[in-house]
Every structure is written in structure tokens, then in C-alpha cells.
Design a protein around this ligand. Structure first.
Ligand code: GTP
Length: 186
């Protein structure tokens, strides 16, 4: 997503054990995980000038629960049977650190997702595809799951895992602009 937006990135898996974070609020949980991920990666990097580290984490708030990845087919079927025809709020925590200045900025993106009223057969086929097992909320918006999201209220990128307009706001608190991060073409 960032590369398509003109920004070159070096993706690092933080290795943070997400089970250590307990929170009863979806926004607090995904923000704490985003913070831990960014700080874990930042700790492995030399404080070179101009290095920014962005950590993100997504969870789905649905029916009073905080849902991450379903991990198993049984759990994915249970969730979709409950979610179909209803709505949830996909939260993505974003934490940005400037290694040079030590500045930090963070914000939670929220997108309301309205799920289609899937048939049992559609749920079975989508879960059998394996896609729902590895993403928060057991759905993607731009993959096979796109057919099962009727509409959204808010930023689509936030559902995918990173909100570009939110990143723009975080950068502005550092006195930076998105165009300054665009790769030099040609
Ligand atoms: N293209 C696409 N990728 C998605 C979507 N939802 C999640 N992903 C990606 O799937 C991976 C895991 O997704 P999530 O579990 O939602 O995100 P996360 O909580 O940051 O995942 P972890 O880093 O494993 O904790 C991340 O790399 C996401 O970018 C989606 O709707 N579309």
C-alpha cells in the first residue's frame, strides 16, 4: 500500500508476543500492540537521520467482543455465522516514531464494516479458502472477503491494515508531509 502511494518501506516483523497485552477496549489494545511493535523494531535500528518506524495492529470490535485472527476454521465459521448481516468496527492502531528526534505520535483508525448476509455455503467456502484464518476479524476487504463486505463507513486502508490519511496526520505532527516521503522518480 505504501509503495503504491509512492513511499518506499522496509517491512520488519516485530516478533511481539501479542498475548502479553490485555485490554478491554479495542482501541487501547490495538494501539498498545502498535506501540510495542514499533518500539521493538526501533530498538533493532541505528538512529540514522530520517528513519521513521510505523507500527500497526488491527482488531475487530463486534458484539462487545475484541476479535483478532480466528486461527481455526471452526472459529472462523462461528464468527461469520454471528457476523453475517451485521456490522463491526475495524480498529487499527498506528504508532509512528522518528528515530532521529525521538518524537512519537499515535492514533487509532476506526472503520465501520457492514457484512453481507452470507449463506452457510458461502461461509463454508470462504473459510475453506483459508483467507479468513490469518487476518483480524476473519475477513479482508480487497481479497476474497471483498464480496462479503456490503459497505464501510471510514477509511478502506484502515481495514487493510494502514490508514494513509491517518499517517499523513501523524507525519504533520512531526513537521513532515507525505510528498516529502515520495520516492524520487526517474
Ligand atoms: N490486502 C489485505 N491485507 C490484509 C487485510 N486485513 C489484514 N491484512 C494483512 O494481514 C496481516 C495480518 O492482518 P491483521 O491480523 O489484520 O493485522 P495485524 O493485527 O497487524 O497482524 P499481526 O501483525 O500479525 O498482529 C497484516 O499484514 C495485514 O496487513 C485486508 O483486508 N487486505
Amino acid at each position: 500500500m505504501l509503495h503504491a502511494a509512492g513511499i518506499d518501506v522496509d517491512v520488519r516483523v516485530s516478533g511481539v508476543d501479542e498475548s502479553i497485552v490485555k485490554a478491554t477496549d479495542a482501541g487501547e489494545l490495538c494501539l498498545e500492540l502498535a506501540r510495542l511493535k514499533a518500539r521493538a523494531v526501533a530498538a533493532t535500528l541505528p538512529a540514522e537521520p530520517g528513519v521513521l518506524v510505523l507500527g500497526c495492529d488491527s482488531v475487530l470490535a463486534f458484539d462487545g467482543q475484541i476479535l483478532g485472527k480466528p486461527h481455526t476454521a471452526v472459529e472462523a465459521v462461528r464468527r461469520w455465522t454471528a457476523m453475517r448481516g451485521k456490522q463491526g468496527v475495524l480498529h487499527t492502531g498506528h504508532h509512528l516514531t522518528d528515530l532521529t528526534t525521538g518524537k512519537q505520535a499515535e492514533e487509532v483508525g476506526r472503520t465501520v464494516v457492514h457484512f453481507a448476509d452470507l449463506t452457510d455455503q458461502e461461509i463454508e467456502a470462504y473459510v475453506a479458502s483459508g483467507e479468513p484464518l490469518h487476518v483480524a476479524g476473519a475477513f479482508t476487504i480487497d481479497g476474497k472477503g471483498g464480496a462479503f463486505v456490503e459497505r464501510i463507513e471510514g477509511d478502506a486502508g484502515n481495514v487493510i491494515g494502514l490508514s494513509l490519511p491517518l499517517l499523513r496526520r501523524l507525519l504533520m505532527t512531526f513537521g513532515l508531509t507525505v510528498p516529502q516521503l515520495w520516492r524520487r522518480e526517474g
